[in-house]
Design a protein around this ligand. Sequence first.
Ligand code: AHR
Length: 479
Amino acid sequence: SLPCDLYAAAGTPCVAAHSLVRALYASYDGPLYRVQRASDGATKDIGLLATGGYAAAAAQDAFCSGTTCVITEIYDQSARHNDLTVEGAGGAGAADVGAPADALPVTAGGHQVYGLEISAGMGYRDDSTSGVATNGAAEGMYMVTSGTHVNGACCFDYGNAETNNKDTGNGHMDAINFATECWFSPCYGQGPWVQADLENGLFQSDAGHSRNTSDTGTGPLPFVTALLKNNGQDHFALKYGNAQSGGLTTTYSGGEPTAGGYSPMHQEGAIVLGTGGDNSNGSIGSFYEGVMTAGIPTDAADNAVQADVVSVGYGAATGSTGTLNPGSEISLRATTSCCTADYVRHQKNAGVLSSVTSAGSGLNKNDATWIVRRGLADSSCLSFESRNYPGDFLRHSDFKLYRQPMDGTALFRADATFCPQTGRSGTGTSFASYNYPARYLRHYDYNLYIASDGGSEDFDSTTSWTDDVSWAVSPPWAP
Ligand code: AHR
């Protein structure tokens, strides 16, 4: 049974079921989402490989080959047809744009699929729904999101919101928020936190401010289950889990916020994804799947859903390891004699050269592991996605290397694309920058650059240039 089968069996059927990754009913065989390509404006619905199965992402790759695609619609798999389209202007934000369709490549069920990566200015909505709770009715919801692509801006939400895209007052929203945004200080730990956006506040408890000392957030977990349920009258609960293993943790279960307007709730029944209720859209986030139910699901049903999510095996690469085939996981080892135990690694968002040893920490190993992807600007070249930060890629900016989320722009795509060739020293592999083809991925003083063989910058130094730009493509450090 899949999540909406489990919730239906528990007497709380889904009234919305959205995913770019998989069917949420065992019997679902319709489309998951629609993409539109830049070259000619044509659209295509992306469906499933099999009934009740996973997204046919290869159809997207074929349709978008040689151009770029954005996601224009996310279909509701429930019989309610509460489909999400790109969100229009609201009280606090101009109309949104669609998310790039290839920004968040992940594996699920052993298949390469795509998640939805929301950057600022992106969001989806349905202001005219069927079956979604209104005016104090009970509802539940969960989404699978990521703790590695979050920020403190308002408001990465999935759930119930206003039908006019404006802030119409306390209790007019009931949505899961997942962010490092601490609305009511103090918050505890670094977040990101699973919170309830009940309008005019992101609540971790009823206290009128967060004051939830037991909730320190999930930290940078790559896949997170975030769950909210609200009886609409006098009680709500928040849970989170690692979407790759284990069960759910309840961070709050208790009364509605004590300020006026939340007891009872005044939900309006629109569905928002990626912004606040008033289309505040400075937030970023990731979305793989999510549902909303009629009525409060039982804890047993939530646990069964979490077990099903875990069984998906959300993860990183597919296929071989240690090769430059797309889908392979690799580590890149320096070949210069100084540094043959050092690897390309991200640290504090920057690309650096760093020693990694088998006795070293798991963090070092994950940070030094990259998933080979088809080049974001040119499919005959390559891009390198971070193993532990899904959707973040190695890119240059001002000739220096960084790990950053793919934002879909032509500049990012070019800056994150590298064309492999035989190592310039005669050993290993060199990676020419796609948009600066005379510059190659180079280490210099333990930082990473795209560097030319001689030039005005210190990192263009000709000394050991050929060795510094020649890399040993190696098995991945990450387990
Ligand atoms: O409740 C937090 C945010 O406040 C809502 O999402 C938005 O509508 C308002 O700005």
